[in-house]
Design a protein around this ligand. Structure first.
Ligand code: SME
Length: 167
């Protein structure tokens, strides 16, 4: 088995696929969050594509340790995205401020949504909470409406807990 095989996913159900992301993240985890989140961006991208969910962005915004009023762009897969998001702004900043997952079936109906890519139709953002503080968010965008549901939320929230170990 080579590393890329973790991204080669076929014939799994949605639950199995999302569990595969968690198992693979755990197997690949190092002590460095940049390495971990980079590989996790890839795992998320390929896992969702294996389910035919048209994810166009999978990645992370992390609390700026030099200015805790903002999130900064972290590791991701997909097109170039905005670098800075104020806490409280957009879907990511709202998830960070409220410490609650934002499940957005239609981004046009989310008043403060920040459009890094005008093709995005739906989104899910999960806060990463460490010692009661939001230290970043997981962000997934989809080219179709209703791209994500409560099942995605459940697995992504488990992932968010695992991520805090090396953040
Ligand atoms: N849509 C996000 C901005 C980040 S991009 O989706 C990559 C938001 O409203 O916070």
């Amino acid at each position: 088995m080579v590393h890329a095989d973790y991204s080669n996913i076929t014939g799994l159900t949605k639950d199995e696929t999302l569990q595969h992301i968690i198992d693979s993240y755990t197997a690949l985890e190092t002590s460095n969050y940049v390495s971990n989140l980079s590989n996790l961006s890839s795992l998320l991208w390929y896992a969702y594509h294996s389910l035919n969910v048209k994810v166009n962005w999978s990645g992370f915004y992390l609390l700026n340790t030099k200015n805790e009023n903002e999130l900064v762009l972290g590791p991701f897969q997909g097109k170039v995205a905005c670098q800075v998001i104020k806490i409280g702004s957009g879907v990511c900043g709202t998830a960070a401020e409220t410490k609650k997952t934002q499940l957005v079936p239609d981004v046009e109906k989310y008043p403060t949504h920040i459009a890094c890519d005008s093709e995005t139709k739906s989104e899910i953002v999960v806060p990463i909470i460490k010692d009661g503080k939001c230290v970043g968010v997981i962000d997934l965008d989809c080219l179709e409406l209703n791209g994500f549901d409560e099942v995605d939320q459940k697995y992504l929230e488990k992932l968010a807990e695992l991520i805090t170990k090396t953040l």
